[in-house]
Structure formats: structure tokens, C-alpha cells
Design a binder for this molecule. Structure first.
Ligand code: SF4
Ligand code: SF4
Length: 436
């Protein structure tokens, strides 16, 4: 019997907690009266505002222009008026300017006229990906047009699609695969054309067998050259390094990218966004987000405009219940705890979690058990990095202990019996190290 594909080093098995929202079909959020659309919702330089207070905006209109090499355009999700431009703090603590848009009561009807993408050249497709503001929707928000601009001296053998959906609680990618699987797979074909990739592989964890079967059926009906691989349920299976190891048995050396070993990785949600951008000329102005956890009255998978305030999402889900310990943007392993429910969602928001209060675990000194070392999928030594950073030796942590290779996956924090804030310390250590 063949072993189930996975990565070998480290990883953890947190309870998947998808039960709250996995059966919930994607529902569209009724339009809120106001949206807060941030100019920095991607990795790289914030977009330059193209509108001023009092200006009217149209649905799909570009309102923020990418600045510099790594940046992405921002589009209005609605017809409305710019009420003001103000500084906001996003859930990941990034501060940036944002358009506050007062939403018109009457909105234009979407009349989709599909484009035959097969007639377009790869350069035209890539330009369209840029024009529609596509970024990686798996959380990293790296501008897709930059990732897909393959240097002349590199070749893409594999285009890997991350359908692992490995973060506990989140079900947006699972629902997407079930409900929009065909479109997402067609998006993968478009991406592969841009990249001139020779092979497309979609990796999905085996706790989503129905999604795997569904995708396989579409592929067989359409006779598309795509392979779906069922992966062992193990966190962080969806990280590009781990996905590469599991699907094509290649390792990315320290400081290198998937392209250096002949692969490009995108999330399944990004493939869907590419499909919509190319086939329906639809900019990335809305996304599917899971609002879930013990503390949500009616957990849901919601198609919401970018810029929706968390308070509007919570209200749509019947509000909070019980004693909620914290709100998290993203999953419990890699997400960001936040408090202000007026915070808007961005292109990278895949989940809002309301976690029930638990008995507070007491932090104790490190007992040198080595569990964090065993759990790290990158092969780092979290206990030593933690000691160096807490002693303000950022350069040692960076140069001798490869702090910058840390993926902030949270496996070390998850297993630490001393409940040390390891991943939080590494995030701070990276920031301080960069400053130095
Ligand atoms: S957060 Fe960083 S150090 Fe901790 S397990 Fe993940 S990659 Fe390793
Ligand atoms: S898991 Fe925690 S207690 Fe154990 S070695 Fe790592 S930091 Fe120390």
C-alpha cells in the first residue's frame, strides 16, 4: 500500500473544528450601508488613492493604483460615494489609509458576458490578472501578477494548487471547491497557461473526500489535464514548502522560492479569482470568508464585499454567544487576534473566528523538552530562537538560527508545554531584526 502523501519533518494534528461551518453553503451578504476599503491589503507598497472625499465611485472601478514593483490595484465593490479617507488599523495591526464608501441603495445588475480566454496570449492574461487586482488569497496576499512573472532563466514544471484547507475551523476553500470547483479548476488552467506550466496538481487534505471526488469528476468530464492528490490531514499541509514536498517530493532550500525548484503554488481561492477576472473581467472586490467558531450563533461561509466591517458579518451570523475569549482574523494557527469589530475585511481575510473562553494556561519557563524542535516543519530550533530574541540578540536569531525562514505556522507554540508565546516572539523578532 502506498503511503498517503504528506511532508516528513514536523507538523501537528490540531482538532480540525470544521464542523461549525462545513455544511453551510456560501451565502451572499446583504450589502452593508458603508464599506471601509483599505489601500494596503496586499504584501508590498500600499496602493495610491485615485479618489477624493465626495467623489462618486462605481462597482469594479479602480480606486487605488499599485505603486512600485510589489503592489496591487484596489477596486470599489459597489456604486457609492467616498465619505472620507481615514487611517485604519487592520486586524493584522497594519495601519493604512482607507476609503470609507457610503453604499448607494441602487446597485448595477451583474450581466456576465464570458470571454474566451483560450484566444488570449499569456502576456494578455498576465496583464489582466494585474489589472483586476488579484493577490494570493491563502493569506499571504502576494500580488499574483508579480508571482506569475517568471524570470527568463526559470521554467515552471509544476503549477500546484493549494486546496488543503489545513487551518482548523476555516471552510471557505472547502465550500469553494464544492460549489465553484469547475470555475476554480478553469482558473488553474488559465494560471498554467500564463506560467507555461507542464503539469497541474491540486492538493486537498483527505478530510475533504467529497471535494476531492467532486474535483476529480469535473476533471474527468472536461478531460482537463489536472491531477488531484489527496493529502494526509496534517498541519501546515497547505504551506507551499510542505505542499511541494507532499505532491512532487521537492524541497525548497533556505532563502529560495518554489520557482527555484520548478514550481509555482497558488491557493484554490486565487484560481477562482483569476477565473472571474479573466472570464468575467471582474476585479477582486469580494471574497468568501468563514465566520465561525463556538462563539458565533449561526456560523456561515459568506461572499462579502472587501471592506465589510466585522460587525456587519457578526450581525449577519446572529451575533456572538457565550463567553468569547478572542476574535481572530484568519485561522487559529496563523491568524491575528483583534478586538475592534469596526475593522474591515481585506482581500486576504479568509476567516473571522470567535473562540470560546478556555481556562487560561499559565506560562512557565522553558523546560528544554524539545517538542517545539520536533514540531517545526522547517527544521528550526524554536527554543533557541526564543531565548535569543528575548535577550534582544536579533542578529544571532536571524543569522545563526535562520529566524527569517520561520513560516509563523504556530506548530511550536501549539505543542509547547510551557505555553511560551513562541510564534508571537518570532514575529516581533523579525520586525526588530529588520529594523536593526
Ligand atoms: S512558527 Fe516558525 S519556528 Fe515555530 S514551528 Fe512554525 S516555522 Fe517553526
Ligand atoms: S516546547 Fe517549549 S518548553 Fe519545550 S523546549 Fe520548546 S520552548 Fe522549551
Amino acid at each position: 500500500m502506498h503511503a498517503v502523501p504528506t511532508f516528513r519533518k514536523g507538523g501537528v494534528h490540531p482538532p480540525d473544528q470544521k464542523v461549525f461551518s462545513r455544511e453551510q453553503e456560501i451565502v451572499r451578504l446583504p450589502l452593508p450601508s458603508e464599506l471601509v476599503v483599505a489601500l494596503s491589503q496586499h504584501l508590498g507598497a500600499p496602493a495610491k488613492p485615485l479618489k477624493a472625499k465626495g467623489d462618486a465611485v462605481e462597482k469594479g472601478e479602480k480606486i487605488g493604483e499599485s505603486v512600485g514593483f510589489i503592489s496591487a490595484d484596489v477596486h470599489s465593490p459597489v456604486n457609492g460615494t467616498i465619505k472620507e479617507i481615514k487611517t485604519v488599523t487592520l486586524a493584522n495591526s497594519v495601519q493604512c489609509d482607507a476609503f470609507v464608501i457610503s453604499v448607494d441603495e441602487k446597485q448595477p445588475e451583474d450581466v456576465p458576458k464570458p470571454v474566451d480566454w483560450k484566444k488570449l496570449k499569456k502576456e494578455e492574461l498576465l496583464a489582466s490578472v494585474k489589472e483586476h487586482g488579484i493577490v494570493g488569497l491563502g493569506g499571504a496576499t502576494f500580488p499574483t501578477h508579480v508571482k506569475y512573472a517568471v524570470p527568463r532563466d526559470k521554467n515552471v514544471e509544476y503549477f500546484l494548487v493549494n486546496g488543503a484547507d489545513c487551518e482548523p475551523y476555516l471552510t471557505c476553500d472547502y465550500r469553494l471547491m464544492l460549489e465553484k470547483g469547475k470555475e476554480a479548476l478553469e482558473g488553474a488552467l488559465i494560471a498554467a497557461k500564463i506560467l507555461e506550466a507542464k503539469k497541474i496538481i491540486v492538493g486537498v487534505e483527505l478530510n475533504k473526500k467529497d471535494a476531492i471526488e467532486h474535483l476529480k469528476q469535473i476533471i474527468s468530464e472536461e478531460a482537463w489535464p489536472i491531477e488531484v492528490v489527496g493529502l494526509k490531514v496534517k498541519y501546515p499541509q497547505g504551506d507551499e514548502k510542505q505542499l511541494l514536498k507532499a505532491t512532487i517530493n521537492r524541497e525548497i532550500p533556505s532563502g529560495k522560492l518554489p520557482i527555484d525548484v520548478g514550481a509555482v503554488v497558488s491557493n484554490i481561492g486565487t484560481c477562482y479569482a483569476i477565473y472571474e477576472a479573466i472570464v468575467y473581467k471582474k476585479p477582486l472586490y469580494e471574497r468568501i470568508i468563514s465566520v465561525t467558531g463556538e462563539g458565533i450563533v449561526n456560523p456561515k461561509n459568506i461572499l462579502a464585499p472587501i471592506g465589510t466591517k466585522v460587525s456587519d458579518l457578526l450581525e449577519f451570523c446572529g451575533g456572538l454567544q457565550g463567553e468569547v475569549e478572542k476574535l481572530i482574523s484568519g485561522g487559529p494557527m496563523m491568524g491575528f487576534a483583534f478586538f475592534d469589530t469596526e475593522t474591515p475585511i481585506t482581500k486576504g481575510s479568509d476567516g473571522i473566528l470567535a473562540l470560546a473562553a478556555k481556562k487560561k494556561a499559565r506560562q512557565t519557563p522553558c523546560i528544554s523538552c524539545g517538542k517545539c524542535v520536533d514540531a517545526c516543519p522547517i527544521g528550526l530550533v524554536p527554543t533557541l530562537m526564543y531565548k535569543q530574541i528575548t535577550n534582544h540578540n536579533y542578529e544571532v536569531a536571524m543569522n545563526s538560527l535562520s529566524l527569517m525562514d520561520c513560516k509563523e505556522c504556530g506548530c511550536c507554540s501549539y505543542v509547547c508545554p510551557a505555553h511560551l508565546p513562541l510564534v508571537h516572539t518570532f514575529k516581533t523578532g523579525k520586525k526588530m531584526g529588520r529594523k536593526k
